[in-house]
Design a protein around this ligand. Structure first.
Ligand code: PLP
Length: 396
């Protein structure tokens, strides 16, 4: 019975491969950190993890996870509302609300689920979602799962957003949805203007802070902090899988009636397992560390500034960025792959992105800076970039 679809899948896989879009996994044999070991035995400097605060292998976070296994066991074997809620889950939800200055928080297995389950419980076919064209795949899926009307605006384009707000005016409730930081360029959404337009046209605002939380703003609390809009954003979604320890887990935080309704009707919350106690306890420890001092965030900002300036001084073309994501522009797809391969030979692990992940003729190498990087790591990376840049004729 499997024969026909097997042939079809083989052909499809081949066409993915022929288009140069086949995704392969690189196998790491060490913990996730600045210096990682890969299965070939090579040690490389890692510049492509979302480990912004360097907490993925933090001893305090690991200790908290181990202790929680002893005190609270391994797994919950239940969804939250049946018998899957421990004191740890409630404590973590409270910590997240305190961190973002929001009214309440609901945990999910991942931010993908948070975004997938946020729209359908609160909006119907009478309502409208106005979404940035570059929003994350999980937002796009969440919108698809909801009967509300969809409007899209060009990424971070406030004139287009205003147009969409005008044409959607007959709908009962409207929500503007945006990523906080766009993952390919590292630019932030203009949240001040978005909130202004939301007020003018009577719409709600939702921000996905996955790449911005822990990174952007004076103390890293995201774009709502950067633009002084704390309390004005109705819904924030985020992940524990990037800056906040990097393991797994997501959340939606915001207005309390919205969170309360999600606990009643959000399908990934109702029909999927609770996060493990160790993950919840590690998350609590992460927010404790961040409440004690701003050192990790300061170091991330310092590192990013340092690396960016050195690269600009060498003559590289870097997209304007307000985050820890830096797009080193190469424009040509083949060049981006060759460049990344040569950097790996130099012990620098980065990824080259090209169409369709980024627009045509806009191929680049994406560098992600971490508080786990030391100056010598950054220097070594700039040195390798410069060497390869000269070899490949990108730099004079
Ligand atoms: C990474 C990411 C997600 C998904 O987060 P997970 O917790 O890994 O599911 C969602 N939205 C954005 C903007 C992201 O960058």
């Amino acid at each position: 019975m499997y024969g026909k679809i097997k042939d079809y899948l083989r052909t499809e896989l081949e066409s993915i491969e022929n288009a140069g879009l086949y995704k392969r996994e690189r196998i790491i044999t060490s913990p996730q950190q600045a210096v990682i070991k890969v299965s070939t035995g090579q040690e490389v400097l890692n510049f492509c993890a979302n480990n912004y605060l360097g907490l993925s292998n933090n001893p305090r976070v690991i200790r908290a996870a181990k202790d929680a296994m002893d005190s609270h066991g391994f797994g919950m074997s239940s969804v939250r509302f049946i018998c899957g809620t421990q004191d740890l889950h409630k404590e973590l939800e409270k910590q997240i609300s305190d961190y973002f200055g929001t009214e309440d928080t609901i945990l999910y297995a991942a931010a993908f689920d948070a975004n997938g389950g946020v729209f359908e419980p609160i909006l119907t076919s009478e309502d409208a979602i106005i979404s940035d064209t570059l929003n994350h795949a999980s937002i796009i899926d969440g919108v698809r799962l909801c009967k509300a009307h969809r409007f899209r605006y060009e990424s971070a384009d406030m004139e287009d957003l205003e147009d969409q707000l005008k044409v959607s005016q007959t709908h009962r409730f409207r929500i503007i949805v945006t990523d906080g930081v766009f993952s390919m360029d590292g630019n932030v959404a203009p949240l001040d203007k978005i909130c202004e337009l939301a007020e003018k046209y009577d719409a709600m605002v939702m921000v996905d802070e996955c790449h911005s939380a822990g990174v952007v703003g004076d103390t890293g609390k995201g774009v709502s902090e950067l633009y002084n809009q704390r309390g004005k954003v109705d819904i924030i979604t985020g992940t524990l899988g990037k800056a906040f320890g990097g393991a797994i887990g997501g959340f939606t935080t915001g207005k309390k009636e919205i969170i309360e309704m999600l606990r009643q009707r959000s399908r990934p919350y109702l029909f999927s397992n609770s996060i493990p106690p160790a993950v919840a306890a590690a998350g609590i420890e992460v927010f404790k560390i961040l409440a004690e001092s701003n050192d990790l965030h300061d170091k991330l900002v310092e590192n990013t500034k340092y690396f960016k300036q050195k690269m600009l001084d060498e003559g590289f073309d870097i997209k304007p960025s307000q985050s820890a994501i830096l797009a080193v522009m190469l424009y040509d797809a083949k060049l981006s792959q060759e460049f990344a391969a040569k950097l790996l030979e130099e012990g620098i692990y980065v990824i080259g992105f090209y169409y369709p992940v980024v627009p045509k003729e806009k191929a680049r190498i994406r560098v992600q800076i971490s508080a786990g990087h030391e100056k010598e790591h950054l220097d070594k990376a700039v040195e390798a970039f410069t060497k390869v840049g000269k070899e490949l004729g990108v730099l004079k």
